[in-house]
Design a protein around this ligand. Structure first.
Ligand code: FAD
Ligand code: FES
Length: 242
């Protein structure tokens, strides 16, 4: 874990209430998520790393409460204190040849970095991205530029397959030997319950310290209690109790 100062290089609206935050600073940090100190708020806010390159970290966040609202009002040039190097991420090495990425809503951004890592390893990558409606779609072009195939689903049918990510998967039947999923818990439960073969899911839990000390993010797994921030947030499908 490292504590560093980053400067906001970009903080722009991508979709309703959803922003791309580009932070300039040390980008060669490992870790699945960062924990941002927002002035005036006691607890840091955890956000997944969507991309890291050229001295910049890219995060994508949705305004859901006061902390993210304050973040959305910050201008380029503002400095933020950020904990980096947090969490155990996805394992691209677990995929033999063909990967299936299944993301829903704000679970889509961390799969982008994974898609790049899988392509760098020469894997075939299919991404299935699910949203409520067309106007909420984020990062589809970025995924198309990296993946072999991108399937979209929307709950209201305004883009892609009408329904959920599992409907898009059932319609296209993409081949894969390992799947990776991130999104709402209810989506990941269905994905892990219906997709055959091995896979990993990235969980979200309310956090205190974000670094393994307070046990505030503990969950029960088949292997006993685990801290989402330190032991996860990515867990193997077969470890999880839904
Ligand atoms: C590992 C991890 C990665 C995440 N990645 C992303 C991401 O890439 N993009 C994104 O939009 N959101 C992400 N979230 C959720 C994000 O942290 C919350 O939406 C955010 O903290 C809400 O803060 P708030 O002050 O606006 O909301 P409030 O509800 O006012 O927050 C009150 C408290 O609850 C916590 N909290 C609220 N919702 C959540 C939540 N869903 N998960 C964890 N803590 C929460 C806040 O951190 C804060 O401490 C992630 C959460 C975790 C645990
Ligand atoms: S948030 Fe403190 S141990 Fe996970």
């Amino acid at each position: 874990m490292n504590k560093s100062l980053y400067t906001i290089a970009e903080n722009t609206l991508l979709a309703p209430k959803t922003y791309r935050l580009v932070l300039a600073g040390k980008a060669d940090v490992e870790g699945e998520f960062v924990d941002i100190a927002i002035p005036g708020f006691y607890l840091r806010r955890p956000l997944s790393v969507c991309d890291r390159e050229d001295g910049k970290l890219t995060l994508v966040y949705k305004v859901v409460g006061e902390g993210t609202k304050a973040l959305s009002q910050m201008q380029p040039g503002t400095e933020l204190e950020v904990l980096t190097g947090l969490g155990n991420g996805f394992h691209p090495e677990a995929c033999r040849e063909e990967a299936l990425l299944v993301g829903g809503g704000l679970g889509v951004p961390p799969l982008y970095l994974l898609a790049k890592e899988l392509k760098a390893r020469g894997k075939k990558v299919t991404a299935v991205l699910g949203f409520n409606k067309a106007g909420e779609i984020i990062l589809a072009e970025e995924f198309r530029a990296v993946c072999d195939e991108v399937l979209l689903s929307t709950a209201d049918g305004s883009a892609g397959v009408k329904g959920f990510v599992t409907d898009a998967i059932a319609a296209a039947r993409p081949s894969y030997d390992f799947f990776y999923t991130c999104g709402p818990m209810v989506m990941m439960k269905v994905v892990c319950g219906t997709l055959e073969g091995p896979g990993e899911a990235s969980l979200e839990e309310r956090m205190g310290c974000g670094a393994g000390f307070c046990y505030g993010c503990s969950i029960q797994t088949k292997n006993g209690p685990r801290r989402v921030c330190k032991d996860g947030p990515v867990f193997k499908k077969e470890e999880l109790l839904w």
